[in-house]
Design a protein. Structure first.
Length: 111
């Protein structure tokens, strides 16, 4: 039972990781150089990092896509067993066979 909850914690962590990479991707594309350059010139470390990202858009977008893909693959790997174990008892109580319970948990984990 403890590993099921650990799996759900990992599910949330991976969802947050996925959200981070998606937000980063949008930020790189939507940032306005005219607003970032003066702040970078004033010494802002965050602005300098943003300016670097804007100058290397292809690389940054590739890194974001890699992060999204890895988080999504791990999310599927972690979530299905956790959801299956949490639903196995209640579904068995409803008289649903194990094979159908596996299918239902798989579909819900994709959801």
């Amino acid at each position: 039972m403890s590993s099921d909850w650990l799996g759900l914690v990992w599910l949330v962590v991976l969802l947050l990781g996925n959200a981070f990479f998606v937000a980063s991707e949008f930020a790189i594309v939507a940032a306005k150089r005219s607003q970032v350059e003066p702040r970078a010139a004033a010494g802002s470390g965050a602005a300098k990092t943003a300016l670097y990202a804007m100058e290397h858009v292809s690389l940054m977008l590739a890194i974001c896509q890699l992060g999204i893909t890895v988080c999504s693959l791990l999310l599927g790997n972690v979530s299905e067993p956790a959801i299956h174990h949490l639903l196995a008892g209640p579904l068995a109580g409803l008289g649903i066979p194990e094979s159908a319970a596996s299918t239902i948990s798989f579909i819900l984990s994709l959801g």
